[in-house]
Design a protein around this ligand. Structure first.
Ligand SMILES: *Cc1c(COP(=O)(O)O)cnc(C)c1O
Length: 441
């Protein structure tokens, strides 16, 4: 099957490659965040010139349908005029003051109205998802006077030392550093368990119950590919924390305002003690937030003894982008439409794969989705690692050559925005049919 006539080739060309060469001389690996190097799909890095709606314009002038969406923030599509305008207006009044503004108060109020974990609670603004999770765990430890934290194998919570812990497969294991430069001491109190394994969690609480400060979890895993929680899993976590006096932290940096206005907490009806936000909450600008129960948040300086600060926290431009994005989402929640678009993509891709005789499962939750090359359900990181990542790499290259940009790793989620309509779905499915055919020939 040949490519549709409207398709532009997104594969990096001469300009992207020249930029990559310059970048490699002055930026480690040529990138400011490792996944942007496209190494796990065996491609050169893609350079972006501009974004509009569902599309990115590459440095080589191609226009590709974008499912990276800035790794989550771009739920309104790129360069939404109201958001751009709000940022421009804020910029004209000054970029940063290091003192409080009315806008950040209104934004905090909006966050507390929208997210169930913040209802009747409090929120603190920071500059990234990494800062949000790092600070939430310091707070959980400070408030409980306990040291151990429980995280899931394959769960990503940013690059703070204590959270860069990997573990052997199987049962609960004490954390081993997942990066050079992380001392063993930094992860000695990090306990790693497989995602979607209620028994492993029970076991950990049996062994360490009164030492555990917090569980931190992506309620829908998105950083090992999209893996929804099994029924009862989040509820079980909630009751384990209640019974043992541990703090339940939902890392909703990806799922917040993505699954629903109230994130996974609303979608699954489970309320954590603390929530971490970022990505969509910043509307494309660097912003994170963490918050929740008032009695916990009262431990933060200057009220309490847990220290956390930031020169640029509550930055007026970031707040303008985030507040406008959430205002638009709340005025006319797009979640039903996003789910339908994602469903058409997922079913279309599975059909195209089946017709080509390739084993593919598209896992999804609302507008997060991942194409796994496997014939089995993917329930945790071990399952994700057992999928055919070479096939994913070939699929990725073939899609990009047909003008569709997927995240360049088999362990990432794709994101649909409100700007992805019929045209983009058709173009994506046409590309997928061509890609699968190419893979079998
Ligand atoms: C992206 C992400 C983070 C880290 O956010 P940064 O802004 O990149 O620091 C943390 N947790 C989850 C679930 C994420 O998806």
């Amino acid at each position: 099957m040949s490519a549709a006539p409207s398709v532009t080739r997104g594969t990096p060309g001469p300009r992207s490659n020249a930029l990559a060469e310059r970048a490699a001389k002055v930026i480690p690996g040529g990138v400011n965040s490792p996944v942007r190097a496209f190494r796990s799909v065996g491609e050169p890095p893609l350079f972006v010139a501009a974004g509009r709606g569902a599309y990115l314009e590459t440095a080589d002038g191609a226009e590709v349908v974008d499912y990276i969406g800035s790794w989550g923030p771009a739920i309104l599509g790129h360069a939404h005029p109201n958001v751009v305008d709000a940022v421009a207006r804020a910029a004209a009044r000054g970029l940063s003051f290091g003192a409080s503004t009315a806008a950040e108060v209104a934004f905090a109020e909006r966050l507390c109205r929208l997210h169930p974990a913040l209802e009747g609670g409090m929120v603190r603004l920071v500059n990234s998802g990494t800062e949000a999770t790092m600070s939430a765990l310091r707070l959980a430890r400070g408030a409980t006077g306990r040291n151990k934290i429980v995280k899931m194998d394959g769960g990503y919570h940013g690059h703070a030392d204590a959270l860069l812990a990997a573990a052997g497969s199987g049962a609960a294991t004490l954390g081993l550093p997942g990066s050079a430069g992380v001392p063993e001491g930094a992860v000695a109190d990090t306990v790693v368990v497989p995602y979607n394994d209620a028994a492993a969690l029970e076991d950990v609480f049996e062994r360490f119950g009164d030492e555990i400060a917090a569980i931190i979890v992506e309620p829908v895993a998105g950083n090992m590919g999209c893996i929804p929680p099994e029924p009862g899993y989040l509820e079980g976590m909630r009751s384990l924390c209640d019974r043992n006096g541990a703090v339940l932290v939902f890392d909703e940096v990806m799922t917040g305002f993505r699954l629903a206005l109230g994130g996974a907490a609303e979608r699954f009806g489970v309320r954590p003690d603390l929530v971490c936000l970022g990505k969509i909450a910043g509307g494309g600008m660097p912003l994170g937030a963490y918050g929740g129960r008032r009695d916990l948040m009262a431990h933060l300086a200057p009220e309490g003894p847990v220290y956390q600060a930031g020169t640029l926290s509550g930055n007026p431009l970031a707040v303008a982008a985030g507040d406008t994005t959430l205002e638009i989402l709340a005025a006319d929640p797009p979640y039903e439409a996003l789910r339908r678009t994602t469903e058409r993509l997922a079913e279309g891709i599975e059909t195209a794969a089946r017709e080509a005789g390739i084993a593919v499962r598209v896992q999804r939750c609302e507008s997060m989705w991942t194409v796994f090359f496997t014939d089995r359900p993917v329930r945790n990181y071990a399952d994700a690692k057992a999928t055919d990542t070479d096939a994913f790499a070939r699929f990725h290259r073939a899609m990009l050559a047909r003008g569709v940009l997927l995240p360049p790793s088999a362990f990432e989620a794709c994101f649909v925005s409100v700007a992805h309509g019929d045209t983009e779905v058709e173009r994506t499915l046409e590309a997928a049919r061509g890609a699968f055919t190419e893979m079998t020939s």
